[in-house]
Design a binder for this molecule. Structure first.
Ligand code: NAP
Length: 311
């Protein structure tokens, strides 16, 4: 997968990226590859991460603090865990340029919008965003320029948001290869609860259950993992801080979807108990069609076994 060539004219003058983990470093790679900004400046709370970002050449400048990084920036993208958004917003609020666009990449939108609105002054435009793209890796070494290519980025502008600011942010994400869609923060949180948050919870749970099962030894769980278990372990290897914050900040939607999930699981348990093969067969046929649709939309490989190589 390759990105388009660099733009003839950058879309923003000064792009500040706060938090140089998987997502922040991927934005910096993509911004460099496509020349999205005249200058990119990045910062991270961790000195070790700032040092590593300098070694990796991430950003034209590495600032010692978020407050320093946002000075003079016309676009700020906050790429820290959802639970740290309020602290970053409070830190940068007094240093923002009038008219600056302040966005983020958090996996939850309602709580982040509230955190940003509480601390970002009225002269700046708050336009939250969520690129629905990621891997199970984190940190500044994990990023790559094509992470967002042909992936969705959901913008959740609050009511009355500045249309030019929304259009500018749309241009930036489109230039990084993403397909942009706009919806309310509340709707985003419900959609992501079923497509991302609850699936992660299920993966964390099944891997935890397998680890605790006394009748099966740990070595057998690992040895026979190709039976399906190992595909859950990829998701269950996702960053613990990030996912703790997702569940604490999208409680209502996650609990609502979990309620439905639990009911359906009990129905399946019942179908197995009463040997209702037709019910099981019908469900498995419907779910197979859903995977086919995802492949047809280019959101997954059609190669067997996720394209893993087999001897
Ligand atoms: P990550 O790789 O763990 O990077 C987050 C970085 O932010 C870390 O370097 C962290 O430093 C730093 N940080 C934490 N608190 C900070 C603060 N107060 N000020 C400045 N820097 C701070 O995480 P990520 O995967 O890039 O995720 C970042 C955001 O993207 C999250 O909100 C997440 O919900 C969202 N997101 C993630 C994915 C995904 O698949 N990973 C996908 C879409 C969206 P320390 O390590 O020292 O704490």
């Amino acid at each position: 997968m390759v990105l388009d060539p660099p733009l003839a004219k950058p879309l923003v003058e000064r792009l500040a990226v706060i938090g140089i983990g998987l997502i922040g470093s991927s934005i910096l790679h993509a911004a460099k590859a496509r020349r999205l900004a005249g200058t990119t400046v990045a910062s991270d709370a961790s000195e070790a991460v700032r040092t590593r970002a300098t070694e990796l050449g991430l950003g034209d400048e590495i600032a010692p603090s978020a407050a320093e990084a946002v000075k003079g920036a016309d676009l700020v993208i906050i790429c820290v865990p959802v639970g740290a958004m309020a602290a970053v917003a409070a830190e940068i609020g007094p240093y923002l340029e009038a008219g600056a666009i302040v966005s983020d990449v958090g996996s939850v939108k309602g709580a982040v919008l509230a955190a940003l609105k509480a601390h970002i002054p009225g002269g700046a435009h708050v336009i939250p965003a969520h690129p629905v793209a990621g891997t199970e890796y984190s940190g500044p070494d994990a990023g790559f320029a094509t992470l967002f290519q042909n992936r969705w980025c959901i913008l959740t502008p609050p009511d009355g948001a500045d249309e030019k600011a929304v259009a500018k942010l749309t241009e930036v994400w489109t230039a990084m290869g993403a397909n942009v869609e706009t919806m309310s923060a509340e709707h985003h949180d419900l959609v992501l609860a079923i497509t991302s948050h609850v699936p992660h919870l299920i993966a964390y749970n099944i891997v935890g259950t397998a680890a605790d099962l006394e009748a099966v030894t740990q070595s057998e769980v690992i040895k026979f993992s190709a039976g399906g278990f190992r595909d859950f372990t990829r998701i269950a290897a996702s960053d613990p801080t990030m996912w703790r914050d997702v569940f604490l900040n999208n409680r209502e939607a996650v609990i609502e979807v979990l309620g439905r999930f639990t009911e359906d699981l009990i129905a399946l348990q019942r179908a197995i108990r009463w040997e209702q093969g037709d019910a099981l067969f019908d469900l498995f046929t419907r779910t197979r069609a859903i995977r086919r649709s995802i492949i047809e939309l280019g959101q997954e490989t059609a190669a067997p076994d996720f394209g893993r190589e087999h001897d």
